[in-house]
Design a protein around this ligand. Structure first.
Ligand code: UDP
Ligand code: MG
Length: 326
């Protein structure tokens, strides 16, 4: 059992708590209060790093207010880039040796961070929080999530996407350095952290309902993310088509030979069948090609504003080389 006294919170934190925020003015005040109380009890020095993902409500003003507290910082993205990009911005700019990722809507109870930190100090590199209950999610969302994990487990390497592990996790120094070195455009964080391995542990927790405000997710966005995760981590759909083509070739040759001998060869059915499968195959190759195009372009994951939204003068693109300000 560790009995460390609370450390001084200063400019050289050991832990950065990264909070992506998009239109969260209704819940941020409550989140910040709870987080301050939690940080006061942690045995390591912390910074609270808010990433404003292009919010157009009062989020920016609230974050500016929070920054009066020496342990809080806020970065403002130039527009809404999505949660993945916001997390990437946080990881790039975190000053701590380790990071915790947490949603702003209090669905992930901040009090659990103490337990995560304890496991980190005991030697784990990654501490994953695993949902044992999904309060606030509809039946449809729970069912599609289950289906998603079932399909993904068949497509990706074991351990890449542990079931019901959300973004609420602690990432220690070694995996953090590895994550920063990976410069993938479509690098779904959940998958990247699992893919890296390291010494990790899953801690069960109950995901409660959103404290206020509304979810920013919708089904087209979730479907897009699911497609991204397949493209980013699996070549099995392409491999399936290679095997399917081989099977088709064998069937066609056998059928043609049989028809030639019997004298009743009709190519219409054969063409329809083969054409349908080919169309699907070409579409799939196109998807992978599209994903490759995005990687090749090397466009930044996000753009950062040098000042909060109401006093914007210039936009500052963040390249990979300048990720951690001194
Ligand atoms: N979020 C973000 N950018 C977005 C959408 C969401 O930074 O484009 C943040 C949001 O403010 C919250 C977290 O990501 O802190 C999770 O979002 P949400 O609660 O809407 O997702 P859900 O919990 O319903 O999956
Ligand atoms: Mg939420």
């Amino acid at each position: 059992m560790l009995t460390l006294s609370p450390p001084a919170q200063g400019a050289d934190p050991r832990l950065s708590i990264i909070v992506p925020c998009y239109q969260e003015e209704l819940v941020l005040q409550a989140f910040h209060q709870r987080m301050r109380a939690v940080i006061a009890t942690l045995p390591v020095s912390c910074e609270l790093l808010y990433i404003n993902d292009g919010s157009r409500d009062g989020t920016a003003a609230l974050l500016r207010h929070f920054e009066r507290w020496e342990s809080a910082r806020a970065l403002h993205l130039s527009r809404n880039f999505g949660k993945e990009a916001a997390i990437r911005a946080g990881i790039d700019h975190a000053r701590g040796q380790a990071v915790v990722l947490i949603d702003a809507d209090l669905q992930d109870p901040p009090e659990l961070i103490a337990d995560m930190v304890r496991h980190w100090l005991q030697g784990y590199d990654v501490v994953n929080m695993q949902r044992s209950r999904r309060a606030g999610d509809t039946w449809l969302k729970r069912t599609t999530a289950r289906l998603y994990y079932r399909i993904m487990h068949r497509l990706v390497a074991r351990g890449t996407l542990p079931e019901e592990v959300s973004d609420f996790r602690l990432i220690g120094p070694a995996p953090l350095a590895a994550l920063r070195a990976m410069d993938e455009r479509a690098g779904l964080f959940k998958g990247l952290v699992g893919w890296m391995g390291f010494r990790s542990i899953e801690l069960p927790y109950e995901r409660v309902e959103r404290a206020a405000g509304e979810t920013k997710w919708n089904y087209p966005a979730l479907l897009g993310l699911a497609a991204e995760s397949v493209l980013a981590f699996s070549r099995r759909p392409l491999r399936c088509f290679s095997f399917l083509s081989l099977g088709l070739l064998l069937v066609c040759v056998t059928w043609m030979l049989a028809a030639l001998f019997a004298g009743s060869f009709s190519a219409v059915h054969l063409l329809l069948g083969v054409g349908g499968v080919l169309c699907l195959g070409v579409a799939m190759v196109g998807e992978y090609l599209g994903a490759t195009l995005f990687e090749v372009k090397r466009r930044p994951h996000y753009l950062l504003q040098t000042a909060p939204p109401d006093s914007v003068e210039t936009l500052h693109p963040v390249g990979r080389g300048e990720r951690r300000p001194a």
